[in-house]
Design a protein around this ligand. Structure first.
Ligand SMILES: Nc1nc2c(ncn2[C@@H]2O[C@H](COP(=O)(O)OP(=O)(O)OP(=O)(O)O)[C@@H](O)[C@H]2O)c(=O)[nH]1
Ligand SMILES: [Mg+2]
Length: 269
């Protein structure tokens, strides 16, 4: 497979598992999300508060979590940049990002990291659209339709066949995260897709694990306007990636930080 790459060091069950939660006004749901994590599997939980106006910081302190605080709201992408920087600094071998708004089932973490532990994937996405019925879980119909459309466009350009790219439940190996230029990505929601484009470009192996969809009143949810900007930004990202690949305008954002993960290296046996 063109996009496959062997990890230099196999990640087994000894790996240090660090959960990161990028939080913004997550006070109502942070405790539930944290409590339901399988604590026998997780070595460390990091919360980054991105200028929340609610009690997120107080609750994170009460729970004794490793907490990093932004002095104002920089955005979801900026939040993840701090999450990953601190997870790597803490010595993580496997990094799991889960939204603290309790929309993703924390108890499924062992399934999410399994493809990495088995050595068959570098990146795992918890997918609501794989074997699931997201609308019966409360996903608005317009989010479902745009998710399908954008996923189709991304699959075409990325050369993959995934069920969705828009999940807030993801796991990465340290090597995969260190191979991409996270800091060059957006500070906003499009970060999630930029990092996927980067993984594709460096030849990371991506796996999907089905997860249920949960929408409920206390969960944080992107508005119609935010989602529309996000959708258009994805199309712009795919365009930029295509012109990068065509050599018309090379962009550092898509170039591997580690030579062994370059696209060419990934194709050699
Ligand atoms: N909106 C927002 N969320 C942030 C920010 N930083 C971290 N987050 C967290 O990121 C998560 C994702 O945001 P959501 O508003 O739920 O958006 P989404 O999950 O992509 O969209 P839905 O599928 O509608 O829930 C939430 O759990 C927030 O706590 C930020 O600056 N803005
Ligand atoms: Mg949400």
């Amino acid at each position: 497979m063109e996009n496959s790459v062997r990890l230099p060091v196999p990640v087994g069950s000894e790996a240090k598992v660090v959960v990161v939660m990028p939080a913004y006004n997550a006070a109502k749901t942070l405790r539930m999300t944290y409590t339901e994590l399988p604590h026998d599997v997780v070595d460390l939980v990091i919360v980054v508060d991105d200028g929340s106006k609610d009690e997120t910081i107080r609750i994170a302190r009460e729970l004794g979590l490793e907490l990093f605080v932004h002095n104002r709201n920089y955005g979801y992408g900026a939040n993840q940049k701090t999450c990953y920087r601190e997870a790597l600094r803490a010595g993580a071998d496997i990094i799991v990002m889960v939204h603290p708004d309790y929309q993703y089932d924390p108890t499924l973490l062992p399934q999410i990291i399994k493809p990495i532990q088995d050595g068959t994937a570098d990146v795992v996405l918890g997918s609501r659209l794989l074997n699931g019925d997201p609308m019966s879980g409360g996903m608005p119909w317009w989010k479902y339709i745009s998710n399908r459309f954008l996923t189709g466009a991304e699959n075409k350009v990325f050369g993959l066949n995934l069920a969705e790219y828009h999940t807030g439940y993801r796991a990465y190996t340290r090597e995969a995260l260190e191979s991409v230029n996270v800091e060059m990505n957006s500070d906003n929601f499009i970060f999630d897709q930029e990092i996927m484009a980067q993984f594709v470009e460096v030849g990371s192996r991506v796996a999907e694990v089905p997860v249920p969809t949960r929408y409920f009143p206390q969960a944080s949810s992107a508005s119609f306007i935010q989602s529309s900007i996000y959708g258009l930004s994805i199309l712009w990202l795919l365009f930029r990636l295509l012109i990068h690949r065509a050599g018309l305008m090379r962009q550092k954002q898509f170039i591997s930080l580690q030579r062994r993960y370059s696209r060419a290296a990934a194709t050699t046996p």
